[in-house]
Design a protein around this ligand. Structure first.
Ligand SMILES: Cc1cc2nc3c(=O)[nH]c(=O)nc-3n(C[C@H](O)[C@H](O)[C@H](O)COP(=O)(O)O)c2cc1C
Length: 356
């Protein structure tokens, strides 16, 4: 698959990042780019990936590379999903509907955020690939219940409950622009807090516990995936409580500054889960080699957040499509250069041995 774009000069995610920065308003850029507080963890996500060296292999027949995986009983053409991100209308007038079209064209599963500017139903109408829905549970539990019913009847394939943000930690950068960030629709949230985007956590439940997984499962037949797990004990508890999957995530550095990079948290979680449910990872994935690193350290698939937002800002749905296509093309090349022709062949031995 050739990584073609209608736009000249854009061949990589860093190039898209640079281009998008010139197009996005300062408040929106601060909102998307920030982690939180001093942006330590958001930086570590990238740095920790970049530190992991890879072993190349030669003289392997790499004529055919198969990037497909099976996830929750479904075959996907590649292991790259779109992570939930709030408020796509800040950077594109069609918002998540445009993103869903791009995801469809790229064969990517998109996870729609509770805090999307387009409704669950309108995004479902635009999608041609499976959708998952990301849930923030509100204090008003009946609201969450209604939303889950809407999501299920709109045909979403999984419920992804974000568990790492019962409260918002210091959002220095976007807080300065709170006034400009509030004028957006949030059609999946009843009675959004008056502070808009920067205050969407105000109505969020702070009392979720493991027993609530049972509650979710009583409300829906959809598989329940927990997003935002870093500790192996939490991962184990999630599986025992009935989660169908786990996403190792630090919310792209936006939940708690100072927590470990996700690529460093991943091996302990994957080991403890031991294949009982799929383990996904997000945070800092910008290159095909990053996908290889994550899979080698135990992920079944990865999600990208900011990268597809750069694509959306630069070129709408075609930009989203192109971002995924770039990453997939790089993944294929990285597999060929490490002598791997299928995702199942990517294991620890694709990484340079520790301590040498
Ligand atoms: C602008 C922005 C908004 C986000 N909104 C949400 C959200 O509504 N729900 C959620 O679970 N995660 C949200 N996230 C976190 C992403 O799902 C994902 O964990 C993170 O972006 C991955 O890191 P990356 O951006 O380095 O790829 C958001 C991230 C960004 C950058």
């Amino acid at each position: 698959m050739a990584a073609t774009s209608a736009l000249p000069g854009l061949f990589s995610i860093p190039q898209y990042e640079e281009r998008s920065r010139g197009l996005i308003t300062i408040p929106a850029w601060e909102y998307y780019d920030q982690g939180c507080a001093d942006d330590l963890t958001v930086r570590w996500n990238r740095e920790a990936l970049a530190r992991i060296r890879i072993e190349s292999r030669v003289m392997v027949d790499v004529e055919k590379i198969d990037t497909s995986i099976t996830l929750l009983g479904r075959t996907l053409p590649h292991p790259i999903l779109l992570a939930p991100a709030a408020a796509h209308m800040l950077i594109h007038p069609e918002g998540e509907v445009a993103t869903a079209r791009g995801a469809g064209a790229a064969g990517a599963t998109m996870v729609l955020s509770t805090n999307s500017n387009c409704s669950v139903e309108s995004v479902a109408a635009a999608a041609t690939q499976p959708l998952w829905f990301q849930l923030y549970v509100s204090r008003d539990r009946a609201m969450a219940q209604d939303l889950i019913a809407r999501v299920e009847s709109a045909g979403y394939k999984a419920l992804c409950v974000t568990v790492d943000q019962p409260v918002i930690y210091a959002r220095d950068r976007s807080s300065r622009h709170a006034d400009q960030l509030r004028l957006l629709p949030l059609p999946n949230v009843k009675n959004p807090a008056p502070g808009g985007l920067t205050q969407t956590s105000a109505g969020r439940s702070r009392s979720l516990t493991w027993k609530d997984i049972e509650w979710f499962r009583s409300l829906t037949k959809l598989p329940v995936i927990l997003k935002g797990i870093l500790h192996p004990d939490d991962a184990d508890q999630a599986v025992k409580s009935g989660a169908a999957g786990i996403i190792v995530s630090n919310h792209g550095g936006r939940a708690l500054d100072g927590v470990a990079a996700t690529i460093d948290a991943l091996p302990r979680v994957a080991e403890r889960v031991g294949g009982r449910v799929p383990v996904l990872m997000d945070g800092g994935i910008r290159r095909g080699t990053d996908v290889v690193r994550a899979i080698a350290r135990g992920a079944n698939a990865v999600l990208i957040g900011r990268p597809y937002l750069y694509g959306l800002a630069v070129n709408g749905s075609d930009g989203v499509r192109h971002i995924v296509q770039i990453l997939r093309t790089e993944l294929e090349a990285a597999m060929a250069l490490t002598g791997r022709t299928s995702i199942a062949q990517i294991d620890r031995t694709v990484l340079w041995p520790d301590k040498s």
